[in-house]
Design a protein. Sequence first.
Length: 586
Amino acid sequence: MAASGVLEDIRPADLFTDRNELVRPGQSYPSSLVKGSTGADKARTLADQIFQSAKRSRDAAIAIAAESPTATTLAALAQAHAVLDEADAASDAARRALEACKASAGTGAATQSSARIALEVLLRFGHVADAHKQAGDLPDSRSLALTRAMIADDLGLSEESLAAIDGYEGALYDSYRGYLHASRGGFRDAIPFLRAALRDAPGDPDALANLSVALWNLGSKRKAVAAAMRATRSAPGRKDLSMQFMELLLASGQDDRVAAEIRTLTDAKVIPDSQFLVMQARLHLASDEHARALTLLDRAVRLARDEGDRTGEATIAANLLAIRFDVGRISFTEFASGAAKLLSRIPDNDVVVINFARTRTRRSHAKSVRKAAERVSAHTTLARRAYLNHVIAFLEGDNEHAGRTAVEWFEAEPTDPNAAAAALVALGIGLERWDEAEKIADYARAQLPLTPALANNISYVLAMAGRADEAIKLLEPAAEADSGFVLRATLGLCYLAAGDLDTGMRLYREAAARAEKDDHHWCSLMTAYQAVVTRQLDLDKTAPAQVLEASALIPQDLPEDWANWPDFLRLHHICVKHGYDWPPHL
């Protein structure tokens, strides 16, 4: 999308990871940071030894359970099958264990422990509804409380999840309460529980990780990074914590500390997995070392495939394709074709869907984006879901819905400059709610890095909100350094809003000349925007008609397919709202 006030390609800033990824307390998080001076062959030998040991344990568990099928032996059998990822056998043993627990009335510590193990095996293999029903047939107990909370949480029953641990005291329960509040977006409510958990268990890595997420979302970035570092030091083998720590360092611009952390892990002879390669690639991207980053990402895609990490493979492949386009290695046509092919192969990954949406530019594309978005809506983040809904509304030319979804995206991801840029366009240009847009503009100007898109849209809003001089001061240096037409057109608007008709119209003419070289559609759109802005600023009533007519852009015919261009649809909505002619002209 490109127009006066809209820069090309507004999308989520970071599609490699989710900084809001919380850690569920009480869940097993095996280490993935494998250390050792062993070569690849020795590493495979060690893995084979572990596998053979697990098979022997399973065979022994089968024999014991066959001879004495109690709740304890059946739960142990379910665990042994689960270690080998034998889903059907593990789930069957878990159900048999639960029946044995119910037959013994569910009393006794050993029976309750067996019930907990069996329920968690069912959870692991996706039998959430079954686990919920089975748990309902068991008596309440401290041993099962947290597992009940996990099951309800998996079903999205947050109130039931909180109720399951109501009345139980201790660090683990406080940690879980904090996690539940944070998972619902209640980061401020989560912090007292997480801090209470840490008073009882200062080294609890799960509580520290979730405290880091909560602090980050409340804008306390320095404290968030410190909590994330404490989490990694408390559990040095936890890959999820190490990656989260480096993610926050990268997001807060501490590239040198990310590099130091990577060196530390490398010196410790950590065998790199796909996500470790991704982190190294992102560090190179931050330094504009594109060639090295692309090489690492290419390796990471192959490694994720070898690891059987389908989600990681899709996410890395989608980002690799987008970065190749962003740095000029492939054309937009190649990017769009590649995004469509990747979607057809991996349709249920949200990053793949977002990159597909990024390549759709016409109203006729809205249906395909909607269909793709519906497949990932239930398991993507709030911010990404809002972004996809915003793209659909924009493509359909629905200004009201575009405004709501842009605000939802911004509220879900207030640290993302692209989300702020989209909200400024949708609220300001699309809905003319300049007072609301002005508040976002002031926040973004003070709190966020000024990308070209954000500086452009802030300036547009400030000018229309009566602060044209501030807008000119903000935008002029960037517009002078930029060879495109969008910044220059917006600067022209700012001068018109400041009452300098000659300079404003001259800048519009210069922008139009640049746009004509790009695509005639943009020149036509800019001419229409100039006519609308002139009316919004009442210049058609206050400026001499002859001067306006002489200095205005030459009238342009609308493209035959203008109704398939979302930017024209946005402008058409404004003209219909105010009763302006269509197409508008001076």
